[in-house]
Structure formats: structure tokens, C-alpha cells
Design a protein around this ligand. Structure first.
Ligand code: UDX
Length: 442
């Protein structure tokens, strides 16, 4: 089929490339000229494992092309995916301006019947607004159906999630449009759920909000474990063996970040507020998550008294491993707090340093090796569980740090391994390992 994807971001680009790979003729449209020029050269503007080779392959085969011109991009399309950004506004509500602009451009440039699919995460009821815009502004003789088709891609595993997702959600009011979408997704052999558009919109928000709730819940249990002498590794495993709970999203840490959970949880609270239904549970999830972000610096202050003049090595800048995305990364909160306490910060990340530097400039030092980052450091703070950190030989800390003291926000190491080294190790929901004599400096 002829498909156009509006938006070449984390969702749009993966959608465009994967449908091209499935044999469709795909045009990916974006307003940013430099981004499109980069893509036309086969380079992705962000890191996503496996995406660039697929991009190059489908550019070369002619299955995929890019454009900044809506008339050219929408001409002849049978299915149009709206995958533009829906950023968070200051008050926590969703900025839908890019959605509306895309809708206007579609209405003004289509020349044949089309199905418009909203892949962007949008508040319940948005697809009805898109439908109104299209019905009002499209050429009279054309039929346009609007379908909600939310995505569940995780950064760092987006290609895998596209091909091996647990379900495809299709929210459609016209059964004919629904069956065309089912035909499109049939070859992927993923269970398809057809429902109405509002339920499809809610499935997306409710899914992300539930995963965020699971994370804040296990983080609170971890905080409790520290106070009652339990070990969250054991507790989380023992809980997760219950199929009703499941082991996924029970990894305790310093809280969730990224461009989705923080935004989508606030948007759902907003949405609930708009219908006079205070979503107190989700408000607590957000509050617990924000408090978790400050846990490590609090622990460091308890340990040292003052952090002024100390050198802190922050290991991990990206909001999670396998991405260079630093949006709402907990590392940013940690760095801001450390600088506020008068510490010097040296940060390590395998791929997110360019993005971090755009935001933090020269307020901190950057190291492309962990050894460099921890050299002469008074303490290390682990913010992202990169494999390079998890598999680091632990004697790196004892050999290079002024004093091997680690505050681990992602429980990268087992207590058993740590105990074999003269390291002081403070992690989440587990007993502190103090293998070196230490007199607090006040
Ligand atoms: C999420 C959803 O998983 C995905 O379905 C949706 O489409 C977009 O938002 P993403 O934000 O890319 O995906 O990453 P994810 O792997 O879900 O992690 C989100 C955050 O939760 C990260 O900051 C991660 O560190 C944190 N997390 C995840 C935990 O703290 N504990 C866990 O057990 C899992």
C-alpha cells in the first residue's frame, strides 16, 4: 500500500522504516529540513539499535523516501499515520498544535479517499477533533476515515517492539476502515484488538500509567525494605513469580524518566481533572517518582555531610540504556542537585554525551570512559544501567577513585560481588555494604 507517515521522530521514523521493510511504498514527512536531509543520506537523528541499516536498505530499494513538502508527501497515500510530537505544556496538559497542523495539511493536500491513523499519544477525544478538522476542510467528494492506532514502542527496543509487540490496537468507528487496518497488520501476526477510538486512546494512557504505577510501587517497597532490613532483589523476585504480578517493570531504581511516562502520567491526571475526577493514585505515583529522583544525592549528603568541593562521577546520562535520549533523565536532576551542593561533576555515557552537552554545556566534565570519569572521584553515582557499567570490573573503582564509594541508582551490582572488594556501596532497597573504614567529614 501507499503509506505516508507525518513525523520522523522516535515513533514516526520506526513506523515508516518498518512498513517500508514490510514491502509498502512509504513517504516520511517532516518539517525539519536538516533532519530530512540527514535521513536522505541514511543517517538517523537519534540512536535506535538496528534502525539505521533498515533505513539505508529501504532508501536504496526505493521503498522509502523522505519529504518536507506536504503536497508531495500526501499525494496518492492510502493510509496516513500521524506520528508527530505531542509535548507537555507547562501546566501538564498536552500540546496538540502539531497534531492540528498535520490534520490541516492532510485535509488540504489529499486527492483520494484515505484512512488517517493517529499513532501519536493523544488525550481521549482527540481523534474526534481530528475527524472534525478533516471533515470540515477536506475536498467534499473524498471519504476520510480516522483511526486511533497507538504505539507501544520502547526506545532502545523499538524495532523489536514493532515486530514482536503484544497487541495492535485499532480504534475505529467505521468497520471498513478497521478491516483495512487489520489487513495492513495481518502479516505481522500480532493479536489485533479492534475497539472504538476513545477506548483506543485510553488504552495507551492507561497502559503507560499502569507501568509507571508499577515502577513507583516497587520503588516504595524498596524504600520500605531499607527500613525493615529486607532485600528488594528477593522481594521483587518473589512478587514477580506470581503471574498476576509478573517480573517486568518491578526493577527498583531512582525512578522513571524519558519522553513518555512523565508526560503521559501528567496528561492523564489533567484529563481526569478536566472531568472532575481527581486521579489521586496517579498523583501519588508522580510524587513518589519525583522524590525517588533525589534519593541518591540525599544518601550522599547523609554519608558526607557536605558535598561542597567534592568530585562526583555520574555514570549514565541517558534516561535508560540503549538510547541517547536524555529527556527527563534522572541524571539531569542528580547533576543539578550535585552542582547546587557545590560538587564538581564528571559524567560518563557511551552515546548520550552530545545531547547532554547541548543542555549542560561546560558546567560539568564529560568522559567517554568510566575510568576517566571516576579517576580521583570522592564518590560515584550510577544513574543509568548501561551494560558497560554493569560489566565493569569492580577493581576499576578501587584503583581509580579517591575513595571507592558508590551510590547505585539502578542496582547494577550484586551485593555478593561487591563484598569481595573494599568498596562502600549504597544501592536501592538493599543493605549498605561498607567495606572500608570511614569517618564522616563534617
Ligand atoms: C515507554 C513504554 O514502555 C512504551 O510502551 C511506550 O510506547 C513509551 O514509553 P520508554 O519510555 O521508551 O517506553 O522506556 P521504558 O523501557 O518503558 O522505561 C521507561 C522508564 O522506566 C525508564 O526511565 C526506565 O529506567 C524506568 N524503568 C523501567 C524502571 O525504573 N523500572 C523498570 O522496571 C522498568
Amino acid at each position: 500500500m501507499k503509506i505516508t507517515v507525518a513525523g520522523a521522530g522516535n515513533v514516526g521514523l520506526v513506523t515508516a522504516v518498518c512498513f517500508a521493510e514490510a514491502g509498502h511504498q512509504v513517504t516520511c514527512l517532516d518539517t525539519q529540513k536538516e533532519k530530512i536531509e540527514m535521513l536522505e543520506k541514511g543517517h538517523t537523528p537519534f540512536f535506535e539499535p538496528g534502525l539505521e541499516p533498515l533505513l539505508e536498505k529501504n532508501l536504496a530499494s526505493g521503498q522509502l523516501r523522505f519529504s518536507t513538502n506536504p503536497k508531495q508527501a500526501y499525494r496518492g497515500a492510502e493510509i496516513i499515520f500521524i506520528a508527530v510530537g505531542t509535548p507537555e505544556k507547562k501546566d501538564g496538559s498536552v500540546d496538540l498544535s502539531y497534531i492540528y497542523i498535520a490534520s490541516y495539511h492532510i485535509a488540504e493536500n489529499i486527492e483520494n479517499d484515505v484512512i488517517v491513523c493517529t499513532k501519536s499519544t493523544v488525550p481521549v477525544g482527540t481523534n474526534d477533533i481530528i475527524k472534525q478538522i478533516l471533515q470540515h476542510r477536506k475536498p467534499r467528494h473524498l471519504n476520510v476515515d480516522v483511526v486511533s492506532n497507538p504505539e507501544f514502542l520502547r526506545e532502545g527496543s523499538a524495532i523489536r517492539d514493532f515486530y514482536l509487540g503484544d497487541r495492535i490496537i485499532i480504534g475505529a468507528d467505521n468497520p471498513k476502515a478497521a478491516s483495512i487496518m487489520e489487513q495492513l497488520y495481518l502479516p505481522f501476526q500480532i493479536p489485533i484488538v479492534v475497539t472504538d477510538t476513545r477506548s483506543a486512546e485510553m488504552i495507551k494512557y492507561a497502559s503507560n500509567a499502569f507501568l509507571a504505577t508499577k515502577i513507583s510501587f516497587i520503588n516504595e517497597i524498596a524504600n520500605l525494605c531499607e527500613k525493615v532490613g529486607a532485600n528488594i532483589d528477593e522481594v521483587s523476585f518473589g512478587m514477580g513469580m506470581d503471574k498476576r504480578i509478573g517480573l517486568n517493570y518491578l526493577q527498583p531504581g531512582i525512578g522513571y524518566g524519558g519522553s513518555c511516562f512523565p508526560k503521559d502520567t501528567k496528561a492523564l491526571v489533567q484529563l481526569a481533572g478536566n472531568v472532575l475526577h481527581p486521579f489521586e493514585l496517579l498523583e501519588s505515583v508522580i510524587k513518589v517518582n519525583q522524590q525517588q529522583h533525589s534519593l541518591l544525592v540525599r544518601k550522599a549528603k547523609e554519608r558526607f555531610g557536605s558535598l561542597k568541593g567534592k568530585k562526583a562521577a555520574v555514570l549514565g546520562l541517558a534516561f535508560k540504556p540503549e538510547t541517547d535520549d536524555i529527556r527527563e533523565a534522572v541524571s539531569l536532576t542528580i547533576i543539578k542537585e550535585l552542582l547546587g551542593e557545590g560538587s564538581f561533576v564528571s559524567a560518563y555515557d557511551p552515546i548520550a554525551i552530545p545531547n547532554a552537552h547541548k543542555l549542560l554545556g561546560n558546567s560539568i566534565e564529560y568522559s567517554t570512559t568510566i575510568r576517566e570519569a571516576v579517576k580521583g572521584a570522592d564518590f560515584a553515582v550510577i544513574a543509568t544501567e548501561w551494560d558497560q557499567i554493569k560489566h565493569l570490573p569492580l577493581d576499576t573503582y578501587t584503583a581509580y577513585m579517591k575513595e571507592p564509594i558508590i551510590f547505585d541508582g539502578r542496582n547494577c551490582y550484586s551485593l555478593k560481588d561487591i563484598q569481595r572488594y573494599p568498596i562502600t556501596y549504597v544501592s536501592i532497597g538493599r543493605p549498605t555494604i561498607a567495606n572500608v573504614a570511614h569517618t564522616p567529614q563534617h
